[in-house]
Design a protein around this ligand. Structure first.
Ligand SMILES: Nc1c(NC[C@H](O)[C@H](O)[C@H](O)CO)[nH]c(=O)[nH]c1=O
Ligand SMILES: CC(=O)[C@@H](O)COP(=O)(O)O
Length: 233
């Protein structure tokens, strides 16, 4: 395989990322060595080495197939751990949802549940716990985490600025409550609490023009659950 053909195929390398992931893969190579190894009627397998400026090498084995799909496997030198979004079998999730501003938190919850369904998490593996407001999320997330029943917990709330400084107290307490729950229990507790200046900003993030932050939180929960369960046990 000629180098020019390899580099043109390289633009189309499929890294097996899930369909909704938009995170870039950063390789920033200092130098790149290309070695063609094997060619079959349907594919060409090659080895490519990236050498960074601190002399750490990463070898990648690539298979370019005729249907323009490629497999991309890191083979040695640097161990890269990433949670999978597609290996959700047996995972259990809890969602803690604040009833305050329910007009926002309910669509956030629905977004999260849709995402779990999309990634094959079964309904019977999901528990939803309602709390009065975002201030109360932390203590319940911590209890759920400590129960040892869940792989990750999604915390959902909507704190919307009013006239007074109450907003800052609730928003900061919610954030530190969720963080503490995570650190104390060792179970990933994901922060799906909106903190917005007004209702319009909240609606935009609860299924409006800025997406659904509940759906994003569920995706983060899956990735974190996988990272802990599959790599860090
Ligand atoms: N103002 C908001 C609240 N306030 C309620 C508190 O969360 C809490 O329930 C109360 O102070 C009793 O402890 N909660 C939200 O989720 N969002 C708000 O905008
Ligand atoms: C989160 C809040 O701050 C809000 O609901 C309270 O509003 P206000 O500051 O006008 O009392």
């Amino acid at each position: 395989m000629a180098l020019s053909a390899a580099t043109s195929s390289f633009k189309h390398v499929n890294c097996n990322l899930p369909p909704s992931s938009s995170q870039p893969i950063s390789l920033t190579p200092f130098s790149l060595t290309f070695v063609s190894k094997q060619s079959t009627p349907s594919s060409v397998s090659s080895s490519i080495q990236f050498q960074s400026s601190n002399n750490k090498g990463v070898d990648f084995g690539l298979t370019f197939s005729k249907n323009n799909r490629s497999n991309f496997a890191c083979t040695e030198a640097v161990r890269v751990l990433t949670g999978s979004l597609t290996s959700t079998q047996g995972f259990k999730f809890a969602l803690v949802v604040a009833r305050f501003n329910e007009i926002i938190t309910r669509p956030l919850l629905e977004g999260a549940l849709d995402t779990f369904k999309k990634y094959s998490v079964k309904d019977e593996d999901i528990d939803v716990v309602w709390v009065p407001g975002s201030f109360e999320i932390g203590i319940i997330a911590e209890k759920l985490g400590m129960s040892g029943k869940y792989n990750a917990i999604v915390c959902i709330g909507a704190v919307i600025r009013g006239e007074t400084t109450h907003y800052d107290a609730v928003a900061n307490s919610a954030a530190s409550g969720v963080l503490n729950a995570s650190l104390k229990s060792g179970v990933p507790c994901v922060f799906g609490v909106l903190t917005t200046e007004n209702m319009e900003q909240a609606m935009n993030r609860a299924g409006g023009k800025s997406g659904n932050k509940g759906a994003e939180a569920a995706l983060t929960a899956i990735e974190m659950a996988s990272l802990c369960e599959h790599h860090l046990k």
